[in-house]
Design a protein around this ligand. Structure first.
Ligand code: C6P
Length: 443
């Protein structure tokens, strides 16, 4: 089934707004997706009917909120194929917090000198920096799986470095810059061969394809609501129940305890053991509504739509000699995003020029500085798509890219450019990208 973008777009009023006098073309979905009426409507319902704290009041409002919040966990569990239900789904603020929960809840107790954490060059800072810090704190060593010229992880090298000393393997399911879909099932089998845990960063995969954590056989899986048509402030961690049972809580306080004395405390049942304090109740319920919304479209349909848009954009960008693209070449399945550079135009300038035509993209290192170092570029421009995007919008992007070089002199002389300088941290156009052959990830 194909994505019925025109009817989907009706659910997202924000897509009707204008930016700089043009109709908005929103292509920054890998950062944050837009939210349909079915999801933001939850807030009005919650705050006008049953806003209250959960698990604390013996009154109707608290009971209704508690039930809806608990059932939201069940909904997420079903969506990602966690047969343990709510006990295997912890609500967190976002992927970053989920990764930290595993790093502190498991890493601090289980890792030590002689252990190795293996992660990848394409990891988002959420995982990469957290693994680095846990390695430093515990004395474990950190090693990286390299990225090949074709944008894929070097699995042969992974097989060489994963071994008896490996304690934790942390990999992104989908790269937020390359659009690569990593062979998580194969990597999980490799990790388990050596009794290592595997933590999969699902920030870019949960929104874009069907997920079955048990089929993949991953130990931990993280995701963020705001990248999957849900609100900000809510994300999740899947963990195998027996691992979550054994792990130490990451945050302490109310809700996560069972019994407290002046000397000690015992922990609540899963998942509440890891959800200290008053949780984001409305956000959790809205996340479940986002999942229902995506299920209505069908995650297989979402996957196909993402790949179709990525291929459409990639083929056309690859055909332009002054554009360099990153990640697997067209013809290889990708998530719905394309990172690129236009020769002679600083990414921030290009992003501003596109914004002047109502087109929202992201420019910079996308929280993957080591990956950009491996690509030997200071940054890239990224267009990322979701269920409401169309090939017509990609055509608008391509037209704007084609006009960028011509538009640049006027833009550089404009007040808009001078105002933007105060917010730009990278060097300007001249040094953004020197001409080079395609995809020189490692020479
Ligand atoms: N990537 C992007 O523009 P949070 O911020 O915790 O919701 O998600 C962190 C994160 C972790 N892993 C991957 C693969 C990600 O893409 C992200 C978020 C955004 O690419 C913001 S930097």
């Amino acid at each position: 089934m194909s994505c019925d973008t025109s009817s989907i777009r009706e659910d997202f009023p924000i897509l009707n707004r204008d930016v700089e006098g043009s109709h908005l073309v929103y292509l920054d979905n890998a950062a944050t997706t837009q939210t349909p009426e079915q999801v933001y409507g939850i807030y009005e319902d919650f705050y006008t009917r049953y806003n209250s704290n959960i698990h604390r009041g013996i009154h109707t409002l608290s009971h209704e909120a508690s039930v809806a919040y608990e059932e939201a966990h069940d909904k997420v569990a079903e969506f990602i194929g966690a047969s343990g239900g709510r006990k295997e789904v912890i609500f967190t603020k976002n992927t970053t917090e989920s990764v930290n929960l595993v790093a502190y809840g498991l890493g601090m107790d289980e890792l030590g000198a002689g252990d190795e954490i293996i992660t990848t060059e394409m990891d988002h800072h959420a995982t990469l920096v957290t693994c680095q810090q846990i390695a430093k704190k515990t004395g474990a060593e950190i090693k990286y799986i390299e990225v090949q010229n074709d944008g894929q992880l070097d699995i042969e090298q992974a097989k060489e470095i994963i071994g008896d000393d490996t304690a934790l393997l942390a990999v992104p399911h989908v790269s937020n810059v390359l659009g690569t879909i990593n062979p998580v099932q194969e990597l999980a089998a490799l990790a388990h061969e050596y009794d290592a845990y595997i933590l999969v960063d699902g920030a870019q995969s949960a929104p874009t394809r069907p997920i079955d954590v048990e089929h993949l056989d991953v130990d931990f899986f993280t995701f963020s609501g705001h990248k999957m048509a849900g609100p900000t402030g809510i994300g999740g961690l899947y963990g195998k129940q027996h691992l979550l049972e054994e792990m130490t809580p990451f945050l302490y306080g109310g809700e996560m305890i069972q019994h407290v004395s002046l000397r000690d405390a015992t922990w609540n049942d899963l998942p509440w053991k890891f959800e200290a304090g008053t949780p984001p109740v409305a956000e959790g319920i809205a996340l479940a509504a986002a999942i229902e919304y995506l299920e209505e479209i069908g995650m297989e349909t979402v996957r196909q739509h993402e790949n179709e848009l990525a291929q459409y954009a990639l083929e056309r960008l690859e055909a332009r000699n002054h554009v360099e693209t990153y990640g697997p070449p067209s013809g290889t399945e990708r998530s719905g995003l394309v990172a690129f550079n236009v020769e002679g135009v600083h990414g921030h300038d290009l992003s501003s020029l596109l914004n002047n035509r109502g087109i929202a993209v992201r420019a910079g290192d996308h929280c993957t500085q080591p990956l950009h170092d491996a690509l030997d570029i200071p940054g890239s421009v990224r267009a990322s798509f979701y269920v409401y995007n169309t090939t017509e919008e990609i055509d608008q992007l391509l037209n704007a890219i084609d006009s960028a070089a011509a538009d640049l002199p006027d833009y550089l002389a404009s007040d808009c450019y001078h105002a933007s300088l105060s917010t730009i941290t990278s060097p300007t156009t001249a040094s953004w990208m020197t001409p080079r052959s395609r995809s020189p990830i490692r020479r």
